[in-house]
Structure formats: structure tokens, C-alpha cells
Design a protein around this ligand. Sequence first.
Ligand SMILES: *[C@@H]1O[C@H](CO)[C@@H](O)[C@H](O)[C@H]1NC(C)=O
Ligand SMILES: *[C@@H]1O[C@H](CO)[C@@H](O)[C@H](O)[C@H]1NC(C)=O
Ligand SMILES: *[C@@H]1O[C@H](CO)[C@@H](O)[C@H](O)[C@H]1NC(C)=O
Ligand SMILES: *[C@@H]1O[C@H](CO)[C@@H](O)[C@H](O)[C@H]1NC(C)=O
Ligand SMILES: *[C@@H]1O[C@H](CO)[C@@H](O)[C@H](O)[C@H]1NC(C)=O
Ligand SMILES: *[C@@H]1O[C@H](CO)[C@@H](O)[C@H](O)[C@H]1NC(C)=O
Length: 179
Amino acid sequence: MLSNSSPSLIHFLLVVVGTAFLIYPATATDHIVGANKGWNPGINYTDWANNQTFYVGDYISFRYKKFEYNVFEVNKTGYDNCTIEGAAGNWSNGKDFVHLNKTGRYYFICGTGGCTSGMKVSIVVHSIPPPPSASIAATKHSSESTKHASAASEMASGRLLLVVLRTLLVGLVSSILTR
Ligand SMILES: *[C@@H]1O[C@H](CO)[C@@H](O)[C@H](O)[C@H]1NC(C)=O
Ligand SMILES: *[C@@H]1O[C@H](CO)[C@@H](O)[C@H](O)[C@H]1NC(C)=O
Ligand SMILES: *[C@@H]1O[C@H](CO)[C@@H](O)[C@H](O)[C@H]1NC(C)=O
Ligand SMILES: *[C@@H]1O[C@H](CO)[C@@H](O)[C@H](O)[C@H]1NC(C)=O
Ligand SMILES: *[C@@H]1O[C@H](CO)[C@@H](O)[C@H](O)[C@H]1NC(C)=O
Ligand SMILES: *[C@@H]1O[C@H](CO)[C@@H](O)[C@H](O)[C@H]1NC(C)=O
């Protein structure tokens, strides 16, 4: 079936898509608060947060015993004083995913009393860094790749590039299969 297609084109696309997969995670990262310890008292979530890099589009998720604990998004005052007045949001399903859709600092606390036992976490969400312009051009297919690399560096988001490349690949594969 592949004989009707241009092998070099397929090779080129596979290299580019493969490179894109290596550089950019295919999906937004889900940062599970406390990792396998979850959202519970007696854990230093500052240590946990210091070990993570949050980007716009990522998720922060809280895993805990439903009804016992919950999650409030508060401001610095709420975080410092363990108060939920004027909270920007709250979640209580026991497995809560919060979409980090803007840059900046976020504060989350438990609203059932756990905050004073350490159930508070503050994170900083960064904008997605521009794609490293040299990396795609570093593949052997210089002329075509350079064109793609410069287009890529103009894109605000590397993830957008990935979506485009995936669409190209899916289109290519389905056009081969439906021949
Ligand atoms: C948590 O760890 C951070 C950094 O290691 C430290 O500054 C902070 O005092 C700790 N918090 C508590 C409540 O122990
Ligand atoms: C930070 O991440 C490293 C590597 O994933 C891990 O080994 C370490 O336990 C983490 N530390 C904390 C405090 O989560
Ligand atoms: C927060 O707590 C501190 C010290 O406990 C207190 O001085 C301050 O007034 C409190 N702020 C608010 C807004 O309640
Ligand atoms: C946090 O929100 C409370 C309640 O809306 C408000 O009184 C307080 O001034 C806010 N603190 C900050 C630092 O924005
Ligand atoms: C929790 O959020 C809901 C909306 O999702 C709101 O109606 C409710 O007042 C909030 N609860 C508190 C205690 O802020
Ligand atoms: C960002 O997320 C919040 C809460 O999840 C939501 O209320 C808000 O509409 C979102 N904003 C955008 C621009 O998607």
C-alpha cells in the first residue's frame, strides 16, 4: 500500500513528528498534588511544588477522601491565614482537576480544617516557552526542515505545532489506508 506514496515524504513527516513528540509533551501535564501521598495533613506541599514546573494549560489535581477534605482556591491572605472568604473556586469530589488556564500565582487550601495541618499549596504557572528554533532544523532534512523550524519559532505554542503535525500525519495515514 505504501508503494503509491512518496517514501521520502513519509520519512520526513515521521522525523518531524517524532522530533516534535520528543520536544513537546503530547498532552498537558497533570500535576498530582503530593504525588502518591495525595492531599492529606502533615505533608509539606511547598517541597512538592518546588519540584514541579507548571505551564499554562496544565492541570493540578487533588486526590483525597471525599467529605473529609476539599479544595478552595484562595488569595494570599486566605493561604496565609487559612481562610476561605472570597474564594475564587472550590472543589469537593475527592478527585479534582483544576485547569491552570492563566499564568501567575495560585493558592489552594483545604476548607475543612486541614489547612492548619499543612493542607495548603501555592504554585506559579508559567507561559509555555517558545520552541527552541535550532532543534527541528538539526534533523538531516535541511531545506524543508529549516522552513518548518522558522514557522515553528513564530508559533507562540509548541503544542500548537504538535497538533498541526499530528493532523498532517493522521491525514497522511488515512489517505494511504483509503487508497
Ligand atoms: C516546608 O519546606 C519549605 C522548604 O523546604 C520550608 O521553607 C518550610 O518551612 C516548610 N514548611 C513547614 C510547615 O514545615
Ligand atoms: C522531586 O523529584 C524527584 C525526581 O522525580 C524525586 O526523586 C523526589 O523525591 C522529589 N522530591 C519531592 C520533595 O517531591
Ligand atoms: C492574617 O493573620 C495575621 C496573623 O495571624 C493577622 O495579623 C492578619 O490580620 C490576618 N489577616 C486577615 C485578612 O485576616
Ligand atoms: C483576599 O480576599 C479577601 C476576601 O475577599 C480580601 O479581604 C483580601 O483583601 C484579599 N487579599 C489579597 C492579598 O488580595
Ligand atoms: C463553592 O463553589 C460554588 C460554585 O461552584 C459556590 O456556589 C459556593 O458558594 C462555593 N462555596 C463556598 C463555601 O465558597
Ligand atoms: C479558567 O478556568 C476557570 C476555572 O476553571 C474558569 O472559570 C475560567 O472560565 C477559565 N478561563 C478561561 C479563559 O478559559
